[in-house]
Design a protein around this ligand. Structure first.
Ligand SMILES: [Zn+2]
Length: 99
């Protein structure tokens, strides 16, 4: 079942016999992401709360499933969990001196 705080849905105009384009909006960067789903029935079952995304939609990328589940896109996920030089901007002093 989608997180109620994450905007998840599908585009009816892309709907085939058992395919569709599904989308979700990242809660962090507010960017809509979409992916082609080749198992619409499983998506709708998941949407109705009948199982876990990783079990029901193995065809989706891990990053997109993470977006569906947590509302965090791959880019934002990487920013949160991989250390970067600007990961702690509030700790910086004046200017961008060398470490
Ligand atoms: Zn994002």
């Amino acid at each position: 079942m989608p997180n109620p705080e994450v905007a998840v849905g599908y585009d009816p105009s892309t709907m085939g016999a058992n395919t569709c384009t599904i989308y979700a909006v990242c809660r962090v960067c507010n960017t809509p992401h979409s992916a082609d789903c080749n198992d619409m029935k499983s998506f709708l079952d998941w949407y109705a709360g009948k199982g876990l995304a990783q079990d029901m939609m193995p065809g989706l990328t891990i990053a997109f499933r993470e977006l569906l589940i947590s509302g965090t896109c791959g880019t934002c996920f990487d920013k949160m969990f991989k250390p970067e030089e600007d990961a702690f901007p509030d700790l910086g002093g004046v200017g961008d001196g060398e470490l």
